[in-house]
Design a protein around this ligand. Structure first.
Ligand SMILES: Cc1cc2nc3c(=O)[nH]c(=O)nc-3n(C[C@H](O)[C@H](O)[C@H](O)COP(=O)(O)O)c2cc1C
Length: 212
């Protein structure tokens, strides 16, 4: 029995990082379903470190200023004038227009709280959060909605602005809404001729041939 519009593999292929949204509202049920998918993600030591805060009513200009500062900082590093010109054309955030903005945090456990798998490798907590974000993203895609992960931010500044908890590290802002475009089914950065996605498995997967 299938209870979503498209199957998982199709959702994986159709998922795009969306920066262009319509003004259409996202039904509460769609958001809750996506969050339900998110919190089913695997997590190191069953830590479930993901935290989501709806910041849609936050001062979006402040968030945009944070984004723009980082963007300009990055652009100052680009020496090739053609590359810089292309970069300036890219829309790298839907913060202003996305109907829903979620701030995503990774909660680090108290020092004295033992969590499996995090002593040698605390970054596994953030990887767990990334798994949750991907679940959220795919769920929204399967419902015909979309999301865009904005990480081009001064995250320390965002943490200060939000002032939630010292143990909550922001991982970015997820912009959610109905996509105004699917970019022709390709990553927007490819369409904008910034970089082409490698499509062959051989670029990413090898068998180790050396005998141990
Ligand atoms: C951890 C992470 C952070 C990202 N941050 C940004 C961002 O700040 N701005 C942006 O436009 N895209 C951001 N992206 C989206 C990528 O640019 C996008 O996934 C990539 O170009 C491939 O396109 P696709 O997601 O449509 O397949 C981010 C993606 C990931 C996974």
């Amino acid at each position: 029995m299938q209870d979503s519009y498209i199957d998982l593999h199709e959702a994986i292929l159709k998922r795009r990082d969306t920066r262009h949204f319509t003004a259409e509202k996202v039904p509460e049920a769609t958001l809750l379903k996506a969050l339900e998918a998110a919190i089913q993600a695997p997590s190191v030591g069953l830590s479930q470190p993901w935290r989501f805060i709806d910041i849609s009513s936050w001062d979006r200009q402040k968030l945009t200023d944070n984004f723009q500062e980082q963007r300009f900082r990055a652009e100052a590093q680009i020496s090739d004038p053609n590359q810089l010109a292309t970069h300036k054309q890219l829309k790298l955030s839907g913060i202003i227009e996305a109907p829903i903005l979620l701030a995503v945090y990774c909660e680090y456990p108290e020092i004295e709280t033992y969590t499996i798998g995090t002593i040698g490798n605390p970054r596994a907590l953030e990887w767990s959060c990334a798994c949750a974000i991907q679940n959220l993203w795919l769920s929204l895609t399967s419902e015909g909605f979309g999301a865009g992960w904005v990480s081009i931010l001064d995250l320390a500044k965002l943490a200060r602005q939000m002032a939630v908890s010292d143990r909550w590290e922001p991982l970015g802002i997820i912009c959610i809404g109905r996509p105004a475009t699917n970019y022709g089914g390709r990553p927007m950065l490819e369409v904008a001729q910034w970089r082409n996605a490698k499509k062959n498995i051989e670029n990413f997967y090898w068998r180790h041939s050396t005998e141990q």
